[in-house]
Structure formats: C-alpha cells, structure tokens
Design a protein around this ligand. Sequence first.
Ligand code: ATP
Ligand code: ZN
Length: 298
Amino acid sequence: MNESRLKIAVQRSGRLSDATLQILERCGLKINPSKNKLITHVKNMPIDILFVRDDDIPGLVMEGFVDLGFVGENTMQEVSLQRAKFGENALFENLIKLDYGHCRLSLATPEENQYINIRSLEGSRIATSYPYLLGEFLKKEGVSAKIVHLTGSVEVAPRAGLADAICDLVSTGVTLEANGLREVEVMLRSSATLVQRMDIAPGPDKELIARLIVRIKGVIKARESKYIMLHAPLDKVDAIIDILPGAEKPTILPLAGSDKQVAIHAVSTETVFWETMESLKKLGGSSILVLPIEKMLE
Ligand code: ATP
Ligand code: ZN
C-alpha cells in the first residue's frame, strides 16, 4: 500500500454506508464501489477507502491505522469509554457533525410494565449493545442494575426472558412498538460524524483533509439549501424579500417587456414550505420555482 495516500474508514454495509458513499462521491471522489474488497483506491485523488464494520472504525482511527472515519457518535463514544477503561488511547478529533444517521440511544421497557422514573429500573436486568454508555448513565443516575451485553437482537431480550428492559438505538420507534416496548428515557442523541486521528502533521495529508472538509460542508449546505426564483410586482419586492426564508442578498433582474414586474432569484438556506410559497403568491409573486442546489462553495 502506498503510504502517502489518505486512508478513510467507512461502514462496509449498514445504515451509514450509502449516505457516506454518496457524500464522498458528491465531494468528487471517484469510488469503485466493490464493497467485497476491504480497500478501494480512489481513482482521481490520493485516497484509499477501507470498508469495515462500524464498530471497528473508532479503534482504527484512535490507533492511527486510518486518518479519517465516518461513524456514528454513539459508536465513537462507546468505544472511547471502553478503551479508556482498559487504559488504551481513546483520543480523536471530531471534524464535522454530518446530516445523516440520526438516532437516539434510549431505554425502553415492556409496555405493560409500570415505569415512573429511572429509579423504576433499580435491581433490573437491562440488555444492550452499549454496556459502557449504559454503565456510565446508570452510575450518573445512581441506579444499580445488571447489564446484559448482547451484540444483536436486543429488542427481543425482554420477551425472551433475558432482561427486564433494553437500552438500544431508536430512530422512528417502529421496532420498539413491534416488540411491545415503550421508550422511557433518551440517554444520547446521535448522528453520523467525521472523525480524525489526533496526530496528523502539517503537510499534504492535512491539506487534503482541509479540502475535503470544505467540500463536505459544501455538500451538506447545498442539501439544506434551495434556489428560489419568482416574478414579483416592483412595488412588492421588499415585502417579498422579507418573507424569503434565510435568503440574503437576492438578485433582482428586469423582465423583458415589463416595467412593473421583476424577477427575484435567491438562495434560501432553510426549507421552503408550501406555506411560504402561498404567502409569496398572495403578495403578487408568480412563476415561483424552488430548485435543488447540487454544489455550493462559499
Ligand atoms: P456493522 O455490521 O457495521 O457492525 P451494525 O449492525 O452495528 O453494522 P447499523 O445497524 O448499520 O450497525 O447502524 C450503524 C449506525 O447507524 C448506528 O451505530 C447509528 O449511529 C446509526 N443509526 C441510525 N439510526 C439507527 C437505528 N434506528 N438503529 C440503529 N442504528 C441507527
Ligand atoms: Zn456494528
């Protein structure tokens, strides 16, 4: 392996894989997505992508085997606690909080069980894949409970008689509901994050990382933004600009053959709701278009 190539770890197959590859591709990396290989060389940049289990990403970053990793904050925190407990290096740098992989680490109990507050779990058995985060949370709350460490199928543990409650990742809550469980405490809110190993020396790697960061931020910003175009009566321009969501310095253009109407073009950094479009129309706006933005560099 060529040592001067930047190494980035991504989840091989799972909830973060597609969104991570999409963001890298939008950053201009030409990736041959043969996920069966552990490593793929990016064709147009000095970057290698390593496809691994998400649980391995924090360790690979902290040990310096890879330069960057795309991983859930939940996984990062769990592995950090575990490594710190065993006296291993748990240092890393959080570069960007990403706009996908949103979930929460929550406690849930069977619907039929009475739950008043966290004290209700005193002396119970709680199944989880996050023993360190759960241990820390229980310690902080002053609750003693038995942690049942399972690496999968945590949500079926109460029905299987293995536990009285669970601590697991939730996004919509559908899985909990399907298993007769009720979310009772949110321990942590998480999203995907880009992490970096600690000791990257100034040089080509650092410069490449800085460029990538700018591009990733641009991709996220573009995803959140919209390009709005509309025609407006000249005397309503100020009122219309006032209600354009998150739009700074719009462009005002003359319309051919009309001295009472202009075109307004603006980048909105917020979601444009139907209600906003209806208000624009009420103010005399017409031909209102809201377009997605592909790339953005500020
Ligand atoms: P691997 O095979 O790589 O170990 P996994 O089964 O441990 O995969 P996934 O279920 O693919 O992991 O989840 C990866 C990450 O996606 C989680 O650590 C979390 O950050 C995020 N995530 C977002 N929503 C959810 C959810 N509803 N349930 C689980 N994880 C979620
Ligand atoms: Zn995993």
